[in-house]
Design a protein around this ligand. Sequence first.
Ligand SMILES: N[C@@H](CCC(=O)N[C@@H](CS)C(=O)NCC(=O)O)C(=O)O
Length: 315
Amino acid sequence: MLVNGRWTQDWQPVQESDGDGRFIRQRSSFRDRVGPASEGRFEAAAGRYLLYVAYICPWASRTLVARRLKGLESVIDVCVVDPRLSDQGWTFSGDFGSDIDHENGARYLHQVYTSADPTYTGRATVPVLWDRFEGTIVNNESADILRILDRDFGDLARHDVVLRPDGLDTEIDACNARLYDDFNNGVYQAGFATSQRAYEEAVHKVFATLDWLEQRLAHGPWLVGDRLTESDIRAFVTLIRFELAYCGLFKCNLRPLSDYPAVLAYVGRLMAIPAFAASVRPDHIKAGYYSIKALNPSGIVPVGPTPDYLAAAAA
Ligand SMILES: N[C@@H](CCC(=O)N[C@@H](CS)C(=O)NCC(=O)O)C(=O)O
């Protein structure tokens, strides 16, 4: 991580934990909006913003899904990091179908952070919404970036899709809160737990959420209301990584996903939507998670599950 703008040598991808070995996620630091919501500072304009992402990352992937669902591909550019975490964090290597950072000429994502704030202290995480005009980071919190893409770009969005429709926001927030605490972050709490108790607590939460999703999806195709919303994006990014990474590396293996037929059918429905399918790179997901040395010192990447698994999910 960065401390006062300098990369610390003893950086570890495993984040902080509390006294009982429970994983704690860092809070994001850049929290501006775009358009009128930014009080005029960051105007919505085509070509002005760039989204730094990793295909391995569920938080970044949710912004990729939203960008495409909204039809913002020609408005907001994307720069993809190498999925493998290096000793200097995320890199722009050009390998693995990743990009070279032509915008900031950065070799490492942490250099993008110090371009925005030379004294930045914190982790250099993806996603990052970068403003080319001001040469700064607008926002590095995916939950905010989802809202920015949904609302702040207004008429620049080609598709008339609203991810957080009026009238459904209370239910979406309730659903998101459960998904975040017990599922999206729950799998990380299982994977990065440093005590048996913290691990078991997390795994039980994850599977209780899968039980809940199975029941909810037995009543309709979407998680909230009668249409696709932000909550479906949030559920999808964890579900699609489940058997590729969380089941093995994060030890979320109480039951296989095949025990959840309604959930599997739901993943298939979402995979049939190009915005969802295009956000999934199984090679990046496996290479990225299994590059976390603290969890997998040998760096060996499992052979399975094979792409057939995704084809079956989409069928
Ligand atoms: N709150 C952030 C979390 C983002 C996050 O944790 N991203 C991970 C990748 S999945 C990351 O970049 N980790 C690098 C690090 O922690 O140093 C968000 O949702 O945008």
